[in-house]
Design a protein around this ligand. Structure first.
Ligand SMILES: [Zn+2]
Length: 133
C-alpha cells in the first residue's frame, strides 16, 4: 500500500458518506480509477453499511430490545395487578372477619346476653349468635 493509499483509506469513509470536499472527492475518484486495492476497500465499506446481514442483526437487536421493554412493562403491570389483588383480598378478608366477629358479638348483646357470657363463650369457641339458633 502506497502513502497515497493510506490517505485515500482515511478519506474513503467520508467519500462514501458524501461529506468530503470536492477536492478530496476528485482525489479519491482519481485514485480509485487506478488502484484496485482502494476500490476493493470502498466496496467493502459499501458492503458493510448496506449488507443485509448487518441489517438483519440490527433488526434482531431492535427486536430483542423491544421484547425486553415489553417484558418489563408486562412485569410491571403484572406486579401492580398482584399487589392490588392482594390488597383487595386482604381488605375483603378483614372486613368479612370484622363483620362475623363484631356483628355476632354485638348481636349477642341485642339478644340479651351479658358481655361476660359472650366473652366466655367466644373464648370457648362458641359464637355468641350460635347460642340461640
Ligand atoms: Zn490505493
Amino acid at each position: 500500500m502506497s502513502k497515497q493509499c493510506k490517505i485515500i483509506e482515511d478519506l474513503l469513509p467520508l467519500y462514501h458518506d458524501g461529506v468530503c470536499s470536492e477536492e478530496s472527492k476528485q482525489l479519491v475518484e482519481e485514485h480509485l480509477s487506478q488502484c484496485e486495492e482502494c476500490s476493493n476497500l470502498l466496496d467493502k465499506i459499501d458492503g458493510e453499511i448496506v449488507s443485509p446481514t448487518k441489517d438483519e442483526e440490527w433488526k434482531l437487536l431492535e427486536g430483542i430490545s423491544k421484547a425486553v421493554r415489553k417484558g418489563r412493562k408486562k412485569a410491571f403491570i403484572t406486579g401492580i395487578s398482584i399487589t392490588l389483588a392482594a390488597v383487595l383480598l386482604l381488605f375483603a378478608g378483614l372486613s368479612t372477619w370484622w363483620y362475623c366477629h363484631e356483628y355476632s358479638y354485638y348481636s349477642a348483646f341485642a339478644e340479651g346476653q351479658t358481655p361476660a357470657l359472650v366473652e366466655a363463650n367466644m373464648k370457648n369457641g362458641i359464637k355468641p349468635t350460635e347460642i340461640y339458633t
